[in-house]
Design a protein. Sequence first.
Length: 393
Amino acid sequence: MKQGLSLVAKKCRRTVTKAGLATLVFNKVPVTHFIVHEARLAGTIGLSQVVKWSVATVAGLGAYDAVSGATVITQLAPSVGSSTVPAEAGELLNFIYQVTGRDVEADSWEVEGQLPAGLVHLNSTNSNVDAITGTPTEAGEFFITVRAYEKPDHRGENQSKAFVIQVAPGNVPPAITTQPDSVRINAGSTTTLRVMASGPSLSFQWYRGTAGDTSSPVPNANGASFATSALDTTTNFWVRISNPAGVVDSGVAVVTVVDTFTSWQTHHFNQGQISDPLTSGPASDPDGDGTTNEEEFIFGTRPLVAEARLEPRITAQGAHFTISFKARAATGPGYSGLTRHFGVEMSVDLTDSDWAMVPGLTDLVGEGQEVSVQVSPNGNAGFYRLKVWLLED
């Protein structure tokens, strides 16, 4: 016998008018199968005595025999004969039911409606007994209909019965199954953060800041997900999940804000200037210093103040010369989430295809430092230029 249960079978005599069913009801373990025996009418006239096998566990869980003159579906467990199925979140439920009053066994079963999370339909075949089993994880009322068909694949005549599964809140504390993810967004954009958790009767509250610090709750952010407001700076978020049995805090989701040329514009131009692309557009040069706004953004210079063009300084020292420049950091308004990188390129004839990076000056991160590198031209004349680019952190 499966499941390691010790069973005994005993023979008894009973007078009945309709075939009955003896069913083993598992109260403490998930139902995986049923032991059934259908009594057949032993005679052809009047009342007849039949021999019927009943099966019971040694522990005395017993069996339920529903005998009726009409074809009906009846609950066997946990509440015999009722259309209400009592359950508790976090506790095992074996909802067992049978159809009686049929001349043939049900070849297939169907459950219509939404089952509570954690429950599954056993989907019995060639059996007048079927079940729904598992551990519900959410409280509430769930209305379902079970249907027994005379043929496979939900075909033929059928009998149905409506039940309501009433899951009461249990003593199961919440547990996070999927933490909220950190994301990167452009400045001025929004994003949606999500958490997944198990447990009955869950409540959510999102916060800004470090996990466990409840001083900055996010207004109206009380669901498993929420959309942030438009963000201009990198912000930390976390969520607290609670129910009557406990509380659990998520990890921190970091929303990293990355500035763009558009967000840089808002820090350097007023509203009237922003509405005029000839002043604030990427190709414009409102200060007339020969550097476009887009280049000013990349170089870290001011778009409305004429400044010397960012170029490397070259100093001759005998057979060698020194290339030096200041590697400005990408800091201040408009550079959130960005780093500035520098390199020096050399060409012998100024053609676009001839430029190559100078060894030792291929990719330097700007931190406000003075860069100075000695270069040997090896007797060849050359042209040098400074290359600057921005990358996300």
